[in-house]
Write a protein that binds this ligand. Sequence first.
Ligand SMILES: *Cc1c(COP(=O)(O)O)cnc(C)c1O
Length: 408
Amino acid sequence: MKPLGPIPAGFTAINGELAIGGRKASDLVAEAGRTPLFVYSRERIAARVAQLRAALPSEVTLNYAVKANPFAPVLGHMAGLVDGFDIASGGELKLVQGAGIDPARVSFAGPGKRDDELEAAILAGVTLNLESEGEAERALAIAGRLGVVPKLAVRVNPDFDLKGSGMKMGGGAKPFGIDAERVPALVKRLLSDGADWRGFHIFAGSQALDAAAIIETQAQTIALAARLTTEAGATPPKVNLGGGFGIPYFPGDEPLDLGAVGQALREQLGRLPSVLAGTAFCIELGRYLVGESGVYLTRIVDRKVSHGEVYLVTDGGLHHQLAASGNFGTVVRRNYPVAIASRFSAEVEEEASIVGCLCTPLDRLADKAGFPLAEVGDLVAVFCAGAYGASASPAMFLGQGPAAEVLV
Ligand SMILES: *Cc1c(COP(=O)(O)O)cnc(C)c1O
């Protein structure tokens, strides 16, 4: 039998069934009227933000990376919990505006911003995290034509990366940000043009569980910001330190030691280089805020045996759960935390593979793992589904369409 990933702490059963936000899985599905269904818990999101606030230095503000989960009720809930929002497209700008979020709280990163996206963001008063000199020139020209002073920050391609991170976003040649040595010249250019220069955005990687690696990256990020500040001869109003806090998905993964990260950051900010004395700091997080708050519920529609192996075939799959299927940035397929939601308290009785309904061998939600005996009609839960599930899976594949979503 292959092991399953660790179920996030705090999930309990009601009458033997998985409960989310105090509600039984079957009741949530009945209310939504269909499976597959993503359920996100308000309480778990709020608790996670509270943990971060308690661990991080109080002067560090907290941004939510919208791409992790742009579901409108989640954005609305976040609006009352975090300080800022990071978007990465004109589509996400519309989503945050639709959620009634003040554009002054929003910054916009991402390579390949179109002119119409730059224009909408500048008009709204969103801060642009510039990804290249070319983008800077287009933004200045658009702002000049509109007669608006643009809010512009510079995304730096750092000369280091976040060690052990699942996805490296800095260090060496990258499509993200501007190579550190060219940044001071660009800052001078922005200031001479009369732009409202907002500071630096330095994001070195994602999905790190190793506190020591995050601490080292934060130290390097602060040192880099100080060096660029000296070379540019201007104090950044704000430095976005990135984030990269990971969550456990796979067997053997241990949760990040948040206390250690917070303590180290407090010490680093306590002995800040004097050139950054007037600078504010923020952290931007996606999956750490919402990932463990979400559960994907899908129903077993068939139970079959092939060459002695049990297959539980569900009405969901990789079109909503690309990452859990092992096809989103992983080299070796390992099992996510998965359970039979409708028999959450039952013991392991058999080895089975849980597959999706798509006509491809890639569509596997759990491979040869131990489960209670499950029948057609039972509900399967895939945990850690609050981030990069609905938003990062090919919902249109095979004409399936999106899953239902609910915030409880
Ligand atoms: C994707 C991304 C994030 C969010 O990453 P998580 O791993 O979800 O925390 C934050 N900032 C930038 C620039 C990103 O590209």
